[in-house]
Write a protein that binds this ligand. Structure first.
Ligand code: HEC
Length: 321
């Protein structure tokens, strides 16, 4: 009998113990959602009440205007835990409006702090993910000797070569406003402008032959050819543009066989083929070669209303996550 009681006591003690190995609190799954739903609207990007932010590890560990709020390993010494366990209606309770956290939630936060308040920063890694198309370009690039001369010729057409951002040597050129006055001959000087990363030839009069000018512009990341008379033959000149991230062919005469020329462009992420002769089979074929590529065919535009509905649903789902 004695033995049985001892076992029972041990069992009770055991199940009440908050920090058993299998009870290890998972910050991302169990704590972050509590903070996001109950705290971040006042302690986050929009408002920083008491100079406190609870949306990143660094900020949370730094604490608020009165200093640290989390003492790793010691929930009972942590201002954060004190604030969330005050009686409802107390001046200091957090959240300071609406319902207090549930017992289950405050226990989770207690256990999490007692277990060392680990805060793996996965969100930060996710945010930096949308890859910057310029990231792969050589940082020590120097514009060629003829570049300035070429830029002057282009300027005569009323098109400025502009740096794509402050203190950056990569440039962009937008011929779209000049429209059909832009011919193959007019863009010929571009071949010396190797600093070009963004080129917009939409709505101009360039032809397949004229695209030969682009062959040496290997740092191009964005190219607009929409609403031009470009065909499959023109796309053959793009094979060398291995840094291309965005290509717009909307409203051109390209077909599935033209897309074959794009198969080696491994950095291509966005391709627009709305109102071209490209078929579903062609899209599938290219996607097989370039799995990271998003191809916009315009099919989605014909069902805009439905799509909007769906994206709203998607957004709701995203919010819940
Ligand atoms: C509606 C806005 C609001 C929400 C939601 C909210 N807080 Fe606060 N919080 C405040 C304000 C205002 C202060 C400053 C006044 C005070 O110290 O009571 C504050 C102060 C604090 C402090 C003291 C910081 C310091 O250095 O003085 C802590 C800790 C805190 N909040 C934690 C939390 C936690 C944890 C949550 C979520 C469970 C939360 N808060 C939710 C408004 C909010």
């Amino acid at each position: 009998m004695k033995k049985l009681i001892a076992v029972a006591v041990a069992l009770v003690g055991f199940t009440n113990h908050p920090s058993r190995a299998e009870d290890k609190v998972d910050f991302a799954r169990q704590i972050r959602p509590i903070l996001e739903q109950n705290c971040v609207k006042c302690h986050g990007p929009e408002k920083q009440k008491a100079k406190l932010r609870l949306d990143s590890k660094e900020a949370a560990m730094k604490g608020g205007k009165d200093g640290a709020i989390i003492v790793a390993g010691k929930a009972d010494k942590s201002e954060m835990y004190r604030r969330i366990t005050l009686p409802k209606g107390d001046d200091d309770i957090m959240p300071n409006e609406g319902d207090p956290l549930t017992r289950e939630q405050t226990d989770l936060i207690r256990d999490w702090i007692n277990q060392g308040a680990e805060w793996p920063e996965v969100a930060a890694a996710k945010q930096s993910e949308p890859s910057n198309p310029l990231a792969g370009l050589p940082p020590d690039f120097k514009p060629g000797a003829n570049e300035a001369k070429a830029a002057a010729k282009i300027a005569q057409l009323g098109v400025d070569l502009r740096p794509i951002a402050m203190n950056i040597h990569w440039t962009e050129a937008n011929f779209r406003p000049q429209g059909t006055s832009v011919t193959d001959a007019a863009i010929a000087p571009l071949k010396d402008v190797t600093s070009l990363t963004d080129l917009n030839l939409a709505g101009t009069k360039i032809t397949d032959a004229g695209l030969a000018t682009a062959e040496g512009l290997t740092y191009l990341t964005r190219l607009h050819l929409e609403l031009t008379s470009i065909t499959d033959a023109g796309l053959a000149h793009l094979k060398s543009l291995t840094n291309l991230n965005y290509l717009n062919l909307y409203g051109t005469a390209v077909t599935d066989s033209g897309l074959e020329h794009l198969k080696g462009l491994h950095k291509l992420k966005h391709l627009y083929v709305w109102q071209t002769k490209v078929t579903e089979a062609g899209v599938k074929n290219l996607k097989a070669a370039l799995p990271g590529l998003e191809i916009s065919t315009g099919a989605e535009l014909t069902a805009v209303a439905k799509k909007e509905d769906d994206t709203k649903k998607e957004e709701k789902k995203e919010e819940k996550k």
